[in-house]
Structure formats: structure tokens, C-alpha cells
Design a protein around this ligand. Sequence first.
Ligand SMILES: [Zn+2]
Length: 322
Amino acid sequence: MSQSHLQTDGLLFEEKPLHVPTLSELKKVIQGALNGNFASVHVSVGPCPDLKDSQFGLVKSGLGGKPTLLEAGGPPYLRPLVQREKLYNLKEITRKAQGPGQIFAVGPGAGPWPIRHSNCEGIFNFSLNEKDELKQGSYTATVRGDQEECVLERIPENEPRCALILNLFLSEGKPGDVLRISAKQRTGEENFVDCIRKGLEQHYGDKVVGLGGIFVVRKGCVHQHVMRDFSKTPIHTQEQIQQWLKFYEMPAQLNAVGTLVTKDMGLDLRLQHFHSFSFENWGGHYHYDTTPDVVEYEAYLNVAERVIRVDRPVVTDQLGRD
Ligand SMILES: [Zn+2]
């Protein structure tokens, strides 16, 4: 695919600071929020486990150093018809956001459609060293064939692009303390991410807090979507979006990477967004678990110091944000 699809020059970058509570304060707020929604909850502050371990499958060990939320593009670029030229160079935008040094990026987005010849989900997990060399651990999930199977594939090592939508948690990948969260057996109606985010929003109000990292679904099944190929007919309504998405019940183990933030800060931020990969053929966008009696979540999250918004859609709405 020609480089003409890369849109890197002239992108608008906007930055705002976030409120940064201590991890021990966040621990109490999150424990309180999850207690109302899960039978067994344990939240602690402690060293991040080595996220390079095979059970996690990430390319760097920790979530420490210059913790930042980065959002590029957004769902409005898919509608009414896709803007195919919205391809972002992950190396360039994360370098511009973070400056020199190591960069570790995890989070959801739209996969680079040219390599799949189809729209697809992106589950991003990559690092850049000081020399700008890319290490890719990212995946795409694509709806394939007459049976509409979910197909999970690794993104090639030299592929630097994503498309349309991106929510990354950026850091230097350093070891260090994180929030360690265990929540088992869901007793309330809220999904795991909603529960944490709403608890933080209720507590912090107009002081905006952002988190990111990984959660692992150890047991149970989750309702997830994978975007089908770009719609050939215009999409205008939430109903049309629901029809266009392909939904699956995906079994554990699923490793979900992403971000949450309590308010949109006038930057048209997506308030929560997690995509997961598996060690089988499953991957997609997390909505909620479907097995409350057995579900087990385990999360490692760090608090971000700032938000960077890249290429914010000028014409926007709230469709397709859940
Ligand atoms: Zn998504």
C-alpha cells in the first residue's frame, strides 16, 4: 500500500493535564466502587508484575514513566462512510507525544486495514526504543468468511500504522507501583470498566482522572464486538452501527488493554475503551461479561498525568462510544 495513505503531517495535537491522585487514594475509591458490583474485591498498590511474562504477552515489563493517555481520531471518521485516508503512523505520533527515550504503548484502535484488505480491530501493544526501532506485539481481529469467523492475527514487526480510532496508554514501560485489582463474581449490573470509571467520576467530580493498562479475564465469557468491513451504505444511527458490528461471546482467557477517563475535557475523548486478545483466535472490543457467577477479572493499571488528543474530529456526536 502506498505511503500516500499515511496522514502524519499537519495533524492537530492538543494537550491537557489530568488530576493525579496517589495510587493509595485511588485504591480506596476503586475498592469502594467495585465492592458494590462484585462479591469478591481486592485492590492493592504494589509492583507491576512482569507484563512480558507469557501469561500477559506484552512487549514491556511495566507501566511506569511519563504516563499519558493518547487518543487519535474517533468513531465519527467511520460515518456516514469511512474516511480511508485516516491512517496514523504510531511511531510518529507516539514520539511526538512522548519526546525522546523509551515508549511503551498499549490500547485499542482500528487495525491498519491495508494489511488485511478489510476493516479490523486493532489490539495495540508495541514499544519504541531510543533509536525509534519498533517492537510489535500488536494484533488485529477481523471478521472473515461466510461463517463470519473472528480471526486474530499478529501485526507484522515493521508495520507502523493504525486507522481511524486509537486510545493508547503511553509510558516508558518501567517497572514500578501500579493498582492491582482483583474482582470476582459480579453481583451488580455494571461492567468492570464502567464500575471503576463511574466510581472515580463520582468521587473526583470536575477533577479529571485517567487510567490505563491491562485487565485479564481469567474466567467466564465476555460480550465483545469486531467491526465488519467498512459499510458500503451510509451509517447514520446507533441501530445501523449495531447491525454493522459483529458480536461474539468470547471465552477466557482474554487480555484487554486500554484506557479510561472520567470526563471528556472538551477534547471529545472516548471515556473508556478496551480491546482484548487471546492465545486462541479471539480478539475484540470489550462490552461486558455474560457469566456473572464465575467471572474473574485481574487488572494492572497506572494513573496518567496528561491527555494528548490527536486529529480530533471537528464534526462529532456520541454514537458508537460504548
Ligand atoms: Zn473498540
